[in-house]
Design a binder for this molecule. Structure first.
Ligand code: DC
Length: 209
């Protein structure tokens, strides 16, 4: 049986760092599903398309190739916003579903995103919903931008995160919300090491059920 670990949560909650560590510790493949939506957003921007144009977004999603998520530069603020817009289009989500399921079903996986435990793998053995306060998430994102040499304003970073949360939580198609059987992990006061230790406890308990 393949082990699927679904990790969902808002931007900059620490879910990516955690998912990567879990995958390495458990020797499972890892997929950052946000990169798929980012690749769709980038394709649209490159073609001069409007991310709010549902038809063009669906076309871009069907054209996305596995290599697209390896390209550098997918984490710019423009692509943050475009990814969140295209992710609200049901046809975009539908076009990306098979890729995610095939990736997980090959030999199990850790996948992180917004709807892994609710839509992509509702039967996942382990589901974690990772959160942190908006102020802490903004601080982390701001530090990350600075470490990449981007001179960002902390208040603007917080405002962008708030807007993206609202967009991801209120869309009709697969909105960001915890699965009813997910374990909640608030990382506001946890460093990556402590978050990993908590998650491993959950894996041990849920993985056995
Ligand atoms: O995790 P991220 O910040 O790289 O995700 C970028 C955007 O993609 C995010 O605003 C919401 C969307 N997304 C989604 O709707 N479903 C997923 N499984 C992953 C990401």
């Amino acid at each position: 049986m393949t082990l699927i670990i679904a990790i969902d949560g808002p931007a900059a909650s620490g879910k990516g760092t955690l998912a990567r560590r879990l995958a390495a510790a458990l020797d499972l493949p890892y997929l950052d599903t946000g990169l798929l939506y980012r690749a769709v957003g980038r394709r649209l921007l490159e073609q001069g398309g409007d991310p709010a144009d549902a038809e063009k977004a669906a076309w871009a999603a069907r054209a996305v190739q596995p290599d697209d998520i390896q390209r550098p530069g997918l984490r710019s603020p423009e692509i943050d916003a475009a990814a969140s817009r295209v992710a609200a289009v049901p046809a975009v989500r539908a076009a990306l579903l098979d890729f995610q399921r095939e990736f997980g079903n090959r030999r199990g996986a850790v996948l992180d995103g917004r709807d892994i435990g609710t839509v992509v793998f509702p039967g996942a053995a382990v589901k974690l919903f990772v959160t942190a306060s908006l102020a802490e998430r903004a601080r982390r994102r701001w530090l990350e931008l600075r470490s990449r040499g981007v001179d960002a304003d902390l208040d603007q970073v917080a405002a962008d995160l708030r807007a993206r949360d609202a967009q991801d939580e209120t869309r009709a198609a697969a909105p960001l919300r915890p699965a009813s059987d997910a374990i909640l992990l608030d990382t506001t006061r946890l460093d990556p090491e402590a978050a990993f230790a908590e998650a491993m406890k959950a894996v041990t308990v849920m993985g056995k059920e």
